[in-house]
Design a protein around this ligand. Sequence first.
Ligand code: GLC
Ligand code: CA
Length: 557
Amino acid sequence: MKRKWWHDKVAYQIYPKSFLDSNGDGIGDLRGIISKLDYLKSLGIDIVWLSPIYKSPFVDQGYDISDYYAIAEEFGTMEEFEELLAESKKRDMHIIMDLVINHCSDQHEWFQKALADPYGEYADFFYFRKGKNGNPPSNYRSYFGGSCWEPVPGTDLYYLHMFAKEQPDLNWENPKLLEQLYQMINWWLGKGLAGFRIDAIINIKKDLAFPDYEPDGPDGLAACWKMVESVDGVGDLLETLKKNTFQKYDAFTVAEVFNMKEDELPSFIGKDGHFSTMFDFSAHALSIGGNGWYDAPDIDFKKWRESIVNSQLKVQKCGFEANIIENHDEPRGVSRYLPNYAQNPAGTKMLGTVSVLLRGIPFIYQGQEIGMQNTKWNSVEEFNDINTKDQYQLALDAGLSEEEALYACTKMSRDNARTPMQWSDLENAGFTTKTPWLKVNDNYPKINVKNQENDPDSVLNYYRKLIGVRKSAEYKEVFTYGEFVPAYLDTESIMAYYRETDEQRILVAANFGENTAELNLDYDIRHVILSNMNQSTKPQRSLKLKSCEVIVLECEK
Ligand code: GLC
Ligand code: CA
C-alpha cells in the first residue's frame, strides 16, 4: 500500500458555533479556536476539521452557504482564519474545512439570480422543473421532511432541495457550475488548507427523469435517498472533481457517504479512490428507525460489535475509513452506545479505546475527550436544530404524545452534540460570558476540561495517553497499518481485536458487560500497554476483565 501523509494522523472535529466564544456574543468563534490550539496539540491532534464557517443564514447551522468565499461574521474574519492556518502550521497541525457542494443557501447569489430569471443561465445552476398534473415533479420527501420540491414564485416551476427548502440542490450536470466549484475549492487549497470533509456528497448525482417511488409514509411521499440509491454514475462526477481539485494539492479528503452501493467501496477509498477516506457509519446505522427517531431501536451490543467488525474486515482490503463514535449530527456516543451501568468514566474510556485503536483514522468530536453526554431537554422549545423540530412533528403525526415525542428527540437529537463545549465549572461552562446560543448541559460542573486537567485519572488525561500510544514510535506502525483481526466473538459482552504486523501483535479487549468476565489468552503476553483501571501486571494464560474494563496488551509474536 502506498503510504500517505495522513495515514497515521489523529483528527478532531470542531463545531465552531459551540467550541469557545471569545467576545461574549454567545457564539463560538475563530479567536476561540485559535486560543485552544495548544489544548488540541496536547491531546495529540494532527488534523482539525471545522464544521462550516462560511457566510450563511444558519438555517441548517452553516450547511447552507450563501458565500463560499467569505467567513461568517459570527465567527470572525478572513484575517483571523489565515491566522488560524498560520498558528496551526507552527504546531504542525492541519486544518480541513467542510465542503458543502451538493447544495447552497437560497440566499446565495446564484439562487437569487435564478429566482430573478427562472429560465435564465443561473436557473440551470439548480434543478428547476415543471410540475406534473398540478403536483411537484416527483414524490420525494426531503431529509428534513416535506416535499423535495418547492414552487418557484411566479412560475409553474419547482426547484429541488433534498434538505431544507433554504438549501437548493446544485446542478452537477452543468459544466459552468462545476467550473465555479472547482475554482472555489482550489482557492481554499491554495490558501494552505490541508483538505476537506465533504458533505452529503453522494447526493450530487440525480436521476434526471426524477421517477416516483412507492410511497413509504403517511404523507404519501417516498424518501429521496431511494433515488440516490438507484441512480448510477456518481463515480464519474467524483473522479472529475478530484482530478480538477484535491489531487493537484495532495489534499486530504474525508467524505460523508450514505447509501453507497457496496461494490463501490474500492473506487471511493481504494488506491486512487475518489477520496482519501470516508466515515464509517455502520454502527450509527443500527439506530436508524423505520419511520423516524420515534421508532429508532436502542443499540444492541452484539449487533454493534458485529457491525464494526464487519466493516473493519471489509475496508482493510482496500483502504482506510475514518472512525467516529459521534459527530455534530449524532447523539453523544457515551449516551448511545454504553448501557446505563457503563455511562461513567471507566465506560467512557473503554468506548474511546476500542474506537481509537481500530484500523483507520480516528476522528474525535469536540467534548468526546472529556466524556460529554446527551443533555436533558425539558421541552421542544429548547432545541434549535431543524432536523429535530421535524422529527418531533413526525412523532406527533404518528400519534405519539408530546412527552413521547420529546423523549425520542432527547435520545436522538443532533443538538445533543451541539451544546457548548464544557471548559470549566464557571457559569455557562466557561464557553461564554453571556447567554449561549444553545443551552449548556447541566452536568458541566462535573464534566469539564478544567477539572479533568487536574486529575491524572480523568477521561481527558486517559485520551491523551490513548492517542499517545497510538502515535508512539513503538506502536505507530501496528496501529496504523496493522491488520485488524477480531477476537472473542463468541462471548456475550467482550469487544476485542488484535492489531498485527509481521513483527507485532496487540490485543485490545474490553468488557461491556455488567459482570466480570474471564478470557483464555491465545498468546503469551509481553506487557500491558494501556489499562483504564491502572492494571500493570501482565496476565498469564487467562485475562479477567471487570465490568467496563479495557486493556491493551502486547502479545508474543
Ligand atoms: C450533512 C451534515 C448535516 C447537514 C446536511 C445538509 O449530513 O453533516 O449537518 O444538515 O449534510 O448539509
Ligand atoms: Ca463569539
